[in-house]
Design a protein around this ligand. Sequence first.
Ligand code: ADP
Length: 598
Amino acid sequence: MNSPAGAAAAQPAAPQELTRELLRLHARILLRMPLFQLLLIGGFAWVLLAHVDRGDFAAWAAFALCAELVRAGAARLALSRLPRQSAATLRSMHAAFVALDACAGLSIGLVAVLFLRHAPLLEQMLLETVLFAVAAAGASVALSSRYIVAAYSSTVLLCAGWSWDRLHPSQAAVVTALTFVYWLFLLGVARDAEQLLVRSIAIRRERDAAYADLQTKNEELERLNGQLRLLMAERSRMLAATSHDLRQPLQALSLYSAVLAARPGPQALDEVGRNIEYIVQSVGDLLDNLVDLARLSTGSYPLRLQAFRLDGLVQRSCEAFAQSAATKGLKLHCRIDGPMLLHGDPAAVSRVLRNLLDNALKYTRQGSITVTLEQQSGHALMSVEDTGAGIDPQQQARIFEEFYRVDSGDGAQAAGAGLGLAIVKRLCDALQAELQVRSTPGRGSCFGVRWPNAQAVGDADVARGVDAALPRRRGHARIYAVDDDPAVTSSLAQLLQLWGYEVSCASDAEGIEALFSRSGPPQLLISDLRLGAGVDGLELALRLRAGHGEFPVLLVCGDAPGPAQERARAHGVPLLRKPASTFRLRERIESLLGPPPG
Ligand code: ADP
């Protein structure tokens, strides 16, 4: 026998689940059936008791009620077990219901077989009508399965039809045919109802699945919202920190301008000049750091990968910091394993080392700083160790967050913006380098970076001068500067002359072209990127190169990073962002020209 879910064969979504659902529906209705049976027995008693033996009727009534009670008991049992049953058991349960429903139909039909002949014609007709109606009612009770409807209605109608035909043989053929047609009609209704039920159950299941899906998506949305709120809070924290870090130097600048307005003596002037220089440098650093952090966060930081001598880079960085360390009374040791070639971005590697050295200097009051570079099977291990304040173990995971500063309580935290290590971490991630920190409060810290793609360089390579990162050294130093702002060219010229360079200035393209025609190319051209009247400093420099041969160019620009900077990079022209501290400017010029003469 097929299961009722056979009708749902078109529903690939678990026909077994549909069978379970249909059986549950049927069983729930059966729980109420003993009451209906009692009413039916009462009705039959009212029609028949005056004409039949009361004992016989009572016996039939007891049997009919028992049959219904057994069906209800089976339904209760089925309801408690349904959730755990396998497909095969569900099929057996359905077959059992079919058998029980046939018995229930028989128990009702027997009323006609046993008592119809004792009743007068009017009562006979009433009894038969009720039995035909009971068969229809049975169909509506068992709509969940056409097999159940067939079992119940066929036994009721069989008994009713047979009893009538026996009493009225002249009507037998017509009554039998009509009963059969009626039975077929009931089956048709049951089949349609079954399909409707199956479909509505399938729709309900789909709705439940869609609801569950919606709930999962809602939860996911809720989670993302939470993340967004955290990010917004983090962004607000960063903006507040940036605003604070920018306001501090601006406040200091405004105070210094008041000092300058009071026309102080040469010594105070000197000090104010040095402090303003420091402020400009720190604001420039902060802006640079912010821009770089933003680009590192969005993955748009341009890495320029190349092979370069890491040992040379480390050596030069140590030399650059030696003076500051000595001024603080610290010993700076530089231990390099030997010549080493690294495939990476020299500017990024140098930035990492500079930030680590900067911190080591800032947070070490006495003792030493040791920079080590070792070769380790395909890797280069670079470390910066100090004997400084150290970092509390609970803070160590957070020091790589933006604007996170450990409050040491001695004022040292005021020295930085809390971006140095965030940039170190992101640069290391971008270059797939491993960054580690070991630190003991009060005893010192050691930051180590494991660079991949490193190899030791043999003597032959060293002799060939394998070092892409070393600045080109030049003997003679004549610089041309071009900027459409006369105040900038004049202050730049004064500064460069102070540093010992020979400088000629122009304020536009014509002026600089005339200078080239008159005196030939310089050892360095410093040009603003935007020269006014739509003239592009890079294009001008490239045109001059095409006309007068190669010479180094340094571009200066106040814009946020964009296509112009990318073009400069593509042509290998270095670019300095405004405001550029004199330290940066000098560093750049020296890297292009070598130190000034004398
Ligand atoms: P900052 O600009 O404040 O130095 P960083 O991101 O470079 O910001 O460092 C974050 C914090 O980590 C610092 O505030 C400092 O407390 C701690 N820190 C970093 N390097 C060291 C070090 N070498 N010794 C002790 N503390 C350090």
